[in-house]
Design a protein around this ligand. Sequence first.
Ligand code: GAR
Length: 215
Amino acid sequence: MLTVAVLISGTGSNLRALLEATAAPAFPARVVVVGADREAEGFAHAEAFGIPTFLVAYEQFDSRDEWGGELLEQLAVWKPDLVVLSGMMRVLPPAVVAAWSPRLINTHPAFLPEYPGAHGVRDALAAGATETGATVHIVDNGVDTGPILAQERVAVLPGDDAHRLHDRIKPVERRLLVDVVRRIATRELDLAAASAAALVLSQSRRDEASTPDRP
Ligand code: GAR
């Protein structure tokens, strides 16, 4: 049984979907703890499912690194097999990424590498995109740059505002996230292999870019 820690900052609708899926006896993963960087609304979902929570309040630390140190301590208490960032709106410090990646995944409301960052939905609308999407990926030291595990397109419809569009993206994100966690748990998806393959690919792209054209 794969054990999962979920980190949130907000309403936790993706967390809720994971809690519902993993509550089914046949599902091969369990959420063991939910953490947040603030008093997140989504804690209510954890409580409803009887899952313990921890708060590492970002504002109470002098630096991102110190905050990350406390986050690492909390994760060390629970020792999950996988950490899921599910609407955690903080960039994790390098020490946290080094300790947990590739067993550290994130869900993002855009078709990466399009529209990374904290405002993926708003940025797609501002760019006049006719389609955007949802992505689940391994976290690396960049902002939403890690190896992609699953993604799907979502159309931008006439009259969409950020709220309406996000409401159509979220059900897709939930489905992708639950499926990725299931595939990790059944070992259909190997995070170390996915991460290594992405490294090889980015190195060969760099090599290609630095090779001068032959006459
Ligand atoms: C989700 O759409 C998630 O992808 C996004 O925040 C939302 C959280 O919703 N995360 C990011 O934009 C991270 N860059 P939820 O709290 O209802 O699950």
